[in-house]
Design a protein around this ligand. Structure first.
Ligand code: GLA
Length: 389
């Protein structure tokens, strides 16, 4: 249930900036990834959970072919004619996410006319909780309903991913948009990024999923992310030369990676080792989750973090410190960085009764050792995108 006060604020802001009332409002959540990092663009496995923070998008049809976009949180109106080629907005960066969505909808020939749109969100931006995927998927959800496009859940995810890749310029995988579209309350989702087959993994109510933001300002995430992706593609190309059936690192074993270290070189082989070993950890974690063995899930999360730190090299010292501090709290099962890395958040799992001790021990120590103010969010597993008003 969306807080009615947030809906009221959005409706008021819509009327204030764009005139009149919206026809409908859609939402899509941010996400935290429990395990399976930097595996999605290698056709691998991931286990994200949609969180109880989201983006709301209000829309209303117009008959003059104009599109007007307004952000309640950042201000400004970004306008263009729906018949024109969709250009980047150089002065209102937030507008490029809905603009990217309109661009990709036009490439598939979706019958969209003019409309007004206003959006607001409470997914912290730039923290690795996928606020951009939430904007993309909420916009698609709203336009799908407004223009009766008949898009299916994973069509929405793929279109959101295309908006990010083709318009925003980050060569992301499918994970963030998939969980924003397909999340389920009370569950994480085990997602096979090759087939888009999903399995629900129950998150019991006694388990707290605690996200902590390092508050490190992330720079150049997009270009470092794209570099990692290129390194994974380079190793795939190497393996495909002798085994043409290799389409992605998903198809490679750890033994093959070890044997190819000389040919791949130290950096690319470490990247490949992360992806291949992470896929195994996700599959083992799913089984452990189902068996109720949360200590084992926690151990795998820590191993995932170490692999992201040493082999994939996407952590920063502040992420490493938060994981170390989390693991020192009595009762915490495990912790790791979550999302693309280079700053952003950690995720830790623990019994609900341990959260107070976690906050009391981790927050002051982190603050004292880094001079940064960490932000702690206890997340509950929420539903994916829907029309809410
Ligand atoms: C970002 C991308 C995802 C995924 C993660 C790393 O969130 O958008 O597709 O690659 O990084 O797991």
């Amino acid at each position: 249930m969306v807080d009615p006060r947030r809906l009221a604020v959005l409706v008021d802001a819509f009327a204030g900036a764009l005139g009149q009332q919206p026809d409908l409002i859609a939402r899509a959540p941010g996400r935290v990834n429990l395990i399976g990092e930097h595996t999605d663009y290698s056709d691998g496995f991931v286990m994200p959970m949609a969180i109880n923070r989201d983006v709301l998008v209000a829309v209303r049809r117009r008959d003059d072919g104009q599109v007007r976009l307004h952000s309640v949180d950042y201000g400004g109106v970004s306008a263009f004619d729906v018949g024109d080629r969709v250009a980047h907005d150089g002065s209102l960066p937030w507008a490029n996410y809905p603009r990217g969505v309109i661009h990709v909808l036009k490439t598939i020939g979706a019958a969209i006319g003019g409309f007004d749109l206003a959006l607001t969100g409470n997914v912290p931006a730039g923290a690795g909780l996928s606020s951009s995927a939430a904007v993309e998927v909420a916009t698609i959800e709203a336009l799908d309903a407004l223009f009766s496009l008949g898009l299916k859940t994973f069509d929405k995810a793929r279109l959101g991913q295309r908006a990010e890749r083709e318009f925003v310029g980050v060569a992301c995988g499918i994970m963030d948009q998939a969980i924003a579209a397909a999340g389920r309350a009370g569950h994480a989702l085990m997602l096979d990024c090759r087939t888009l087959e999903t399995t629900l993994v129950p998150v019991e109510s006694g388990l707290a999923v605690v996200v902590t933001d390092t508050s490190v300002v992330r720079g150049l995430v997009g270009s470092k992310y794209n570099d990692r992706r290129a390194e994974c593609e380079a190793s795939t190309a190497h393996f495909a030369r002798s085994r043409p059936e290799v389409a992605a690192l998903r198809d490679v074993t750890l033994g093959e990676v070890e044997a190819a270290t000389g040919a791949l070189g130290p950096v690319v082989s470490r990247r490949a080792r992360h992806v291949v070993s992470e896929n195994e950890r996700v599959l083992t974690a799913e089984a452990a989750f189902r068996a109720g063995d949360l200590a084992e899930v926690g151990r795998l999360m820590v191993a995932s973090h170490e692999s992201l730190r040493d082999d994939f090299e996407v952590t920063v010292p502040e992420l490493d410190l938060l994981v170390e501090l989390a693991c020192a709290v009595d009762g915490v099962y495990g912790a790791r960085m979550t999302g693309a890395g280079f700053g952003g958040c950690t995720v830790a799992i623990m019994p609900v009764g341990v959260v107070d001790a976690y906050v009391a021990e981790v927050v002051p120590t982190y603050r004292a050792r880094t001079g940064l103010e960490p932000r702690v969010f206890t997340c509950t597993a929420s539903d994916g995108a829907s029309v809410v008003g």
